[in-house]
Design a protein around this ligand. Structure first.
Ligand code: ADP
Ligand code: ZN
Length: 191
């Protein structure tokens, strides 16, 4: 779709883990850079899966990013030249991220936000539902279900290789935790 530059808008890229959200975000941002647009990328400090300063996909492609603790910090990095703003792992930001995205888009900036639409309980994740409602463009990606090969729309949380319970704490000391992409049929939540 033709999206004229200088017209601000919000693009949301969502889906479960391994669905290619980071890859898609990086692809769009790299194309903007090829078009010589001024691009800046943010991610929350919590996610230091591979690198403190980069957005890195599971397949290993990456782009330079700024890790921030609070949504308000975004303002200090935006200049009159900024044309495109990328945000990864948007689900980990507070609700304020939606107001910031709207403000940037109103100023004429293209905002591309990627993140999980659902948590491991398959419930809407943090600010993402609001962001989806307010975005001009939404892409919902699927991974491949590791159990049956169907399109995966959910993230399975495993604790010591068993499906996590609904009320298991977010941080579990001494347990091994992992995540898998699964379809609706294969996704499990222990009550
Ligand atoms: P996300 O940001 O959505 O977690 P990434 O962009 O980091 O996803 O990674 C997507 C890549 O993960 C795929 O291109 C593929 O190489 C790899 N991958 C690993 N497991 C799966 C899976 N179950 N389904 C799809 N892709 C997978
Ligand atoms: Zn399945």
């Amino acid at each position: 779709m033709y999206r004229p530059s200088g017209h601000g808008y919000i693009e949301a890229v969502v889906g479960p883990m391994y669905s290619g959200k980071s890859e898609e975000l990086i692809r769009r941002l790299k194309r903007a850079k090829i078009a010589k647009q001024e691009v800046i990328v943010f991610k929350p400090c919590i996610d230091n899966r591979y690198s403190k300063e980069d957005v890195v996909s599971h397949s290993g492609i990456s782009i330079r990013a700024i890790a921030i603790n609070h949504t308000e910090e975004i303002h200090k990095y935006i200049t009159d030249e900024t044309q495109v703003v990328g945000i990864d792992e948007v689900q980990f930001f507070d609700e304020g991220i939606v107001a910031v995205a709207l403000e940037l888009a109103d100023k004429g900036i293209r905002v591309i936000a990627a993140g999980l639409d659902l948590d491991f309980k398959a419930e809407p994740f943090g600010p993402v539902p609001e962001l989806l409602a307010r975005a001009e463009f939404v892409d919902k990606l699927q991974a491949v279900c590791v159990k049956c090969g169907a399109p995966a729309t959910r993230t399975q949380r495993l604790i010591n290789k068993e499906p996590a319970r609904y009320d298991d704490p977010i941080i579990l000391v001494g347990a091994t935790e992992s995540y898998e992409a699964r379809c609706r049929k294969c996704h499990r939540i222990k009550k």
